[in-house]
Ligand binder design. Sequence first.
Ligand code: SF4
Ligand code: SF4
Length: 222
Amino acid sequence: MIVAERKTIPDLIEILKGHQRVLVLGCGTCVTVCLSGGQREVCIIASALRMASRLGGHPLQVDELTIERQCDNIFIEEAADAIEKVEAVLSIGCGAGVQAIAERFPNKPVYAGLDTVFLGILEERGVWGEKCASCGACVLHDFGGICPITRCAKHMLNGPCGGSREDRCEVRPDIPCAWQLIYQRLTNIGQTDRLGKINLPKDWSTSQSGGCRGFVREDHRI
Ligand code: SF4
Ligand code: SF4
């Protein structure tokens, strides 16, 4: 899922400065699951904004709405009436959701209420970990399903850097060395022979380094 964190209320007050009426717009998908942008968070953020703006001497009228997905025009239409009534939208969807709303309503200010941080999973209650950097050319099959691009701080593709202590990463001692995990996993599934393969330097043109990406499924086009 896409994992995002809430911006602070003082930051949001600063972002919304100059507006009298805004809509806090939640998203019912990834950011709901990671507890940053769903219906409950809309309610909490809207209440906090009302209180903080009143205390600051510039009371803000704050409307609330959550739609199923902010990154999908079918669901965005459900917000059209609510967006029409306000001066600006504070989207608490991921960065894609914010931009989808801004594209659909080109004359309406749309602000990001979250910091979108990574693609990851819930590892334990209240703890999310990054698992994929969307490199555009997945190599998980060579590494036992453990991503060296995302989980190794140095993106090592041909074995560990040599800096790990015990099983800990040199750069992030609070997490295991990705190569320790890769070795263990390949051992468990009987595929250590994969470690003999020399991996060429990664072609980063398929990643964000190659510019803004998109793809087309011709079989789905009308
Ligand atoms: S290899 Fe690329 S696509 Fe696959 S998990 Fe890692 S970053 Fe994501
Ligand atoms: S210690 Fe392991 S995870 Fe950390 S940078 Fe070196 S190889 Fe990568």
